[in-house]
Write a protein that binds this ligand. Structure first.
Ligand SMILES: Nc1ncnc2c1ncn2[C@@H]1O[C@H](COP(=O)(O)OP(=O)(O)OP(=O)(O)O)[C@@H](O)[C@H]1O
Ligand SMILES: [Mg+2]
Length: 424
């Protein structure tokens, strides 16, 4: 093991300036293209080779608009869908309506059409389609359209920030954060970045069996100078779609972070990765409070006992007061059924702290212990364990997806941004 701290680690190389090349890298988004003609598929694939697209995961499929509708009846939607359609003008809006019904709220849409009609263009843009490009076009035009959506100056950050915090040390926030990150990456096929904020004791590296030379300490040491290219060099890939900024987990110095010290890395993470999971330590410092006040979703992890209940109630009340207009904290009760331990029922727990009960996870010393000691996720050591379904449900909820699959897709989903305006 190389236990390098931020101070001792080699500084990252200077980032290549994007300004010099005039091309901003696109964030780590997932794009799926549904084409009708092989020339269009070739065009989209050529776009995927553009330098700006180097972080993008792009796949092409057959079937055009109809193929997309069929596919998303049973699959989650990516950050961006590109569909080709050769339907006549009057049929396009209706066909897009059907696509909207099976898409997630945050998904964007670019339509490649064969009709050069300014009225159609205006109608589609007004109804929320991000761009309508007339074929034939070129790869550069496609990449520029995608860049305008996701990498333009002032483009909305794409990343959703989800923090896991324990009511009492050891209740399992880190384990649940990492496994939920895994579930999101597997099921949504979207990139997830885990920020291990527990600088002295964090376990993200251990849990993913990684010991990278760089991590969170380097990012914090370079505050003010970090850009997406540098962030990219400092994070480590733990699995397909999962990147980590690991904690140094060294005690050679103390970590007395200021209230806003994590702000820059969080902003940057949100600009570059669709899902950002924060592993927040069990502490009550200015920066923990500030983080809980500013992220998109907070999940409180608690064991079903009295001390956890008291702390969870305090956390829940404080978080609600800190962010009165934001989403309320969610509760996961963990380690249910420890032999012979008296317990508060999860429902009662949730009612007393006035939080939505998002998950109940049984105590399972063998499975969790094996996963922890192997540096693996639960889904790797026990793929058929039903606890994986709970991680998945938590993951889908905190990323704004529909509730469990049993609820079915379609109507359970919020209308996506495209066609939303028209329906309103
Ligand atoms: N449901 C469970 N059943 C059995 N063991 C579990 C369960 N959940 C977590 N654990 C184990 O509990 C221990 C503590 O978990 P973890 O490190 O995730 O807690 P934490 O709340 O992040 O702790 P800390 O307060 O140190 O940040 C780990 O060894 C983990 O494997
Ligand atoms: Mg932890």
């Amino acid at each position: 093991m190389s236990f390098l701290t931020g101070k001792d680690a080699k500084p990252a190389e200077e980032p290549a300036t994007e300004v010099a090349t005039g091309a901003r890298l696109l964030p780590r988004i997932t794009i799926q293209a549904f084409c009708e003609h092989s020339q269009t598929a070739e065009l989209v694939e050529a776009a995927a080779h553009d330098r700006r697209m180097s972080k993008v995961a792009l796949t092409t499929h057959n079937g055009g608009l109809e193929g997309a509708v069929e596919s998303y009846k049973s699959n989650p939607t990516p950050n961006l869908i590109i569909v080709e359609t050769s339907l006549p003008t009057e049929e396009i809006p209706h066909a897009l309506d059907r696509l909207a019904e099976v898409c997630d709220a945050s998904t964007r849409l670019i339509v490649l059409g064969h009709v050069n009609d300014v009225l159609l263009y205006r109608e589609l843009i007004r109804s929320g389609v991000s761009e309508y490009l007339v074929l034939p076009t070129d790869a550069h035009t496609i990449v520029s359209a995608i860049s305008d959506l996701f990498a333009a100056e002032g483009a909305a950050p794409i990343g959703r920030t989800i923090g896991f915090v324990t009511a009492k040390g050891g209740a399992g926030a880190s384990t649940i954060a990492h496994n939920v990150a895994w579930a999101i990456s597997q099921h949504l096929k979207q990139d997830v970045l885990i920020l291990d904020m527990d600088l002295p004791f964090g376990t993200a590296g251990l849990n993913f069996n990684q010991d990278p030379p760089h991590g969170m300490a380097d990012v914090l040491a370079a505050t003010g100078k970090v850009d997406p290219t540098m962030l990219d060099r400092l994070m480590s890939k733990a699995a397909n779609h999962i990147n980590l900024l690991t904690a140094p987990a060294m005690l050679d110095k103390t970590f007395d972070q200021g209230e806003r010290d994590f702000e820059q890395v969080m902003e940057l993470a949100q600009k570059t990765t669709p899902v950002v999971i924060l592993d927040i330590p069990h502490a009550w410092t200015a920066w923990v409070r500030h983080t809980l006040a500013t992220i998109d979703e907070v999940v409180i992890v608690a064991e079903p006992d009295l001390a956890n209940l008291r702390n969870a109630k305090n956390l829940s009340d404080t978080i609600k007061a800190l962010r009165p207009t934001e989403s309320e904290p969610l509760l996961v009760v963990n380690k249910i059924g420890v032999p012979k331990r008296p317990e508060i029922s999860p429902q009662e727990f949730a009612t007393s702290i006035e939080c939505k009960l998002l998950g109940q996870i049984p105590f399972d010393a063998v499975t969790f212990g094996t996963a922890a000691n192997n540096g693996q996720m639960l889904a790797e050591v026990a793929p058929n364990n039903r606890i994986n379904d709970i991680f998945r449900t938590i993951g889908m909820h905190v990323t704004g997806r529909s509730a469990p699959e049993a609820a079915g897709k379609g109507s359970a989903f919020k209308m996506p941004s495209f066609l939303k305006l028209k329906k309103a």
